[in-house]
Design a binder for this molecule. Structure first.
Ligand code: SF4
Length: 216
């Protein structure tokens, strides 16, 4: 006798019309796949003024657009104003990753996403930031909830690392041949990668871990 299907621990969106803030294609793929399997067709909103330099921003943007086009999903690009982003995190340049700078960075992206959802008539927002083990879920949720309070657009907070989605992320990354970044996004997050690179060159060569690098 077959066992009863396991109930998903992921919940359905709190309102009609999902705007999915996407940080990059690798982090989006499994989440979008799950949503589409549940008859949700999100509009993808690429709003990431944190990414530096511009060439890196464009690389990630083009991959995100390619991903959406392949699935026939609507895709919107937000404004790339890196100076505005720098002003928003001013005074926190030296903070470690997962510290206060990241909270401010998430706040800015979630508020803009909720504003775009409101402008385009979507009832809720979600974000692919929450798929990365490099990010703090509590910080992302705090930013989403703040955006909800400010705009009235519901925040669909989920732990997108469960229900096999982390493994699926790695598989879809390989299948699609996505560009997979080596650092989170801003210039301050490049430091750790540069230091690590030096150590790797000097010391033992570790095999590259498949599926997730530093990328958001
Ligand atoms: S490390 Fe990543 S999340 Fe933190 S401020 Fe930089 S780009 Fe934003």
């Amino acid at each position: 006798m077959g066992k009863e299907a396991k109930k998903s621990r992921l919940t359905m969106p709190p309102a009609e019309g999902v705007l999915l803030h996407a940080c990059c294609a690798p982090c989006s793929a499994a989440i979008v796949e799950w949503q589409m399997a549940h008859e949700i067709r999100p509009v993808i909103y690429y709003y990431n003024p944190n990414i530096y330099p511009r060439e890196e921003y464009e690389k990630r943007r083009d991959e995100s657009r390619r991903h959406a086009e392949k699935l026939g999903l609507e895709w919107i690009e937000g404004e790339y104003d890196h100076e505005k982003w720098k002003a928003a995190v001013a005074g926190h340049e030296g903070d470690p990753e997962r510290g206060d700078r990241c909270q401010l960075c998430f706040n800015m992206r979630m508020i803009a996403s909720a504003e775009m959802a409101k402008k385009t008539g979507r009832g809720c927002i979600a974000t692919t930031l929450a798929s990365s083990r490099w990010k703090r879920q509590d910080q992302i949720d705090k930013a989403g909830e703040m955006a909800q309070k400010l705009t009235g657009v519901e925040y669909w907070g989920q732990n997108w690392r469960i229900e096999g989605l982390t493994e699926r992320r790695a598989a879809l990354l390989r299948e699609n041949g996505f560009y997979n970044q080596l650092y989170c996004g801003c210039e301050y997050s490049m430091r750790g990668v540069e230091e690590k690179g030096k150590k790797d060159n000097e010391g033992k060569k570790e095999g590259e871990k498949e599926g997730e690098k530093e990328g958001e």
